[in-house]
Design a protein around this ligand. Structure first.
Ligand code: BMX
Ligand code: ZN
Length: 300
């Protein structure tokens, strides 16, 4: 059976896996991305993870990366400081030259959505929206079996929907983006402001599960804001299902409950029957979807 390497490059980590043609994840490798250290460090870690997985059975490499990507050329068009100096990197050419395998590159949110549509919780959906809530808020839309990318392939950046025109400045340079309010670092910051500090999302989840009032309040606050952004997504796209992945989504119903309440109250009634849940593939959605790019020849 042929196999593919799927890679998911985020602001904090690079997750890579060998994925077979049925979407089974065979072996996974996790390394830091050190995105804030710039292009050379990111590439260093990327090469390392591919080298660990490569063998004669591998027929191609699929990469989902944070940043806006031109999926035809595999060049990074823009990136926030989460992946410093990443803009302008001809990633497809670099990887093809180095490993001599056909390589596809796309945005990380797009591939997470593709993975969920291919073998996860979005199977059979006509209009699937996927939000990855981690270092940033990534997103992807699969409509009638195709990844929606817009005119130049750089669309579907739902994390940069502004919910407040006079709000806080986002990493992207915009103002009031939902990413600035509801990403992992935004939640950490909110908790710090309430006098609580946590090392990672798992600790926050444990605190929520043990009924920590301050944590539950902070999670509810970001859930409400996420809900308002979702109202706009629902009114624009009329998805049948919205799936959440990434570290913050592990908060499950603590987060999804407030989102659901806002959607049920404020989305235009025709679209309110949307299902909202967690990604079935969890943190593997990105690597599986990146591999799907190879099997589905770019999913165009
Ligand atoms: C940012 C932006 C998106 C990305 C999202 C999730 C960059 C570097 N990133 O909004 O393109 O999809 O973060 O990224 O421009 P992650 O770092 O949380 O995986
Ligand atoms: Zn933004």
């Amino acid at each position: 059976m042929s196999k593919v390497i799927g890679v998911d490059i985020g602001g904090t980590k690079i997750l890579s896996a060998i994925v077979d043609e049925n979407g089974n994840t065979i072996k996974t490798v996790r390394v830091p991305s050190e995105g804030k250290e710039g292009r050379d460090r990111i590439l260093y870690h990327l090469y390392q993870t591919i080298e660990e997985l490569i063998s004669r059975d591998i027929i191609g490499i699929g990469i989902g990366t944070a940043g806006q990507v031109d999926p035809d050329t595999g060049v990074i068009v823009t990136a926030t400081p989460n992946l410093k100096d990443w803009a302008g990197t001809p990633l497809k050419d670099i990887i093809e030259d180095r490993f001599n395998l056909p390589t596809y590159v796309d945005n990380d949110g797009n591939v997470a959505a593709l993975g969920e549509w291919w073998i996860g919780g979005g199977r059979g959906a006509r209009c699937l929206l996927c939000l990855t809530i981690g270092t940033g808020i990534g997103s992807g839309i699969v409509y009638e079996g195709k990844v929606f990318r817009g005119a130049k392939g750089v669309g579907a950046e739902l994390g940069h929907m502004s919910i407040k025109y006079d709000g806080i400045r986002c990493n992207c340079g915009g103002i009031g983006c939902i990413e600035a309010y509801a990403s992992g670092p935004a939640l950490m910051k909110k908790l710090q402001e309430k006098g609580r500090s946590f090392g990672n999302p798992d600790e926050i989840q444990q605190a929520a599960e043990s009924g920590d009032r301050i944590v539950l309040e902070a999670v509810k606050e970001i859930g409400v804001l996420l809900g308002y952004a979702m109202v706009s997504f629902i009114n624009i796209f009329n998805p049948d299902i919205i799936l959440l992945s990434g570290g913050v989504s592990n908060l499950g119903d603590f987060l999804i409950g407030p989102v659901r309440d806002i959607v049920d109250t404020y989305a235009l009634p025709g679209g309110r029957d949307v299902k909202i849940g967690r990604a079935v593939l969890g943190e593997n959605a990105g690597v599986v979807g990146a591999a799907a790019l190879v099997y589905l020849k770019g999913a165009k």
